[in-house]
Design a binder for this molecule. Structure first.
Ligand code: SF4
Length: 63
C-alpha cells in the first residue's frame, strides 16, 4: 500500500507515530513524515490502524 499524510489536516497529535512508529515520525516542526513508502506488507496492518485512529483523517491510504 501507499500512504500519504495531508499536512493541512494533521494536528501533530502523534497518535500515528505511537501506533506505527516504523511508518510515521514527527519531524522537528511537529509535522508527521512518512518514513517508508510504499508500506511493506508486514507494516500494513499498523498503518491501517494509524489511519483509523487519526483524529483528523489526515492519513490517506491507497491500495
Ligand atoms: S494521527 Fe493524524 S493528526 Fe495525529 S499526528 Fe498522525 S497524521 Fe497527524
Amino acid at each position: 500500500m501507499k500512504v500519504t499524510v495531508d499536512e493541512t489536516l494533521c494536528s501533530g497529535c502523534g497518535v500515528c507515530e505511537e501506533v506505527a512508529p516504523d511508518v510515521f515520525t514527527m519531524n522537528d516542526a511537529g509535522v508527521v513524515e512518512v518514513k517508508i513508502n510504499p508500506v511493506p506488507a508486514d507494516l500494513e496492518q499498523a498503518t491501517q490502524e494509524a489511519a483509523d485512529g487519526c483524529p483528523s483523517g489526515a492519513i490517506i491510504i491507497e491500495a
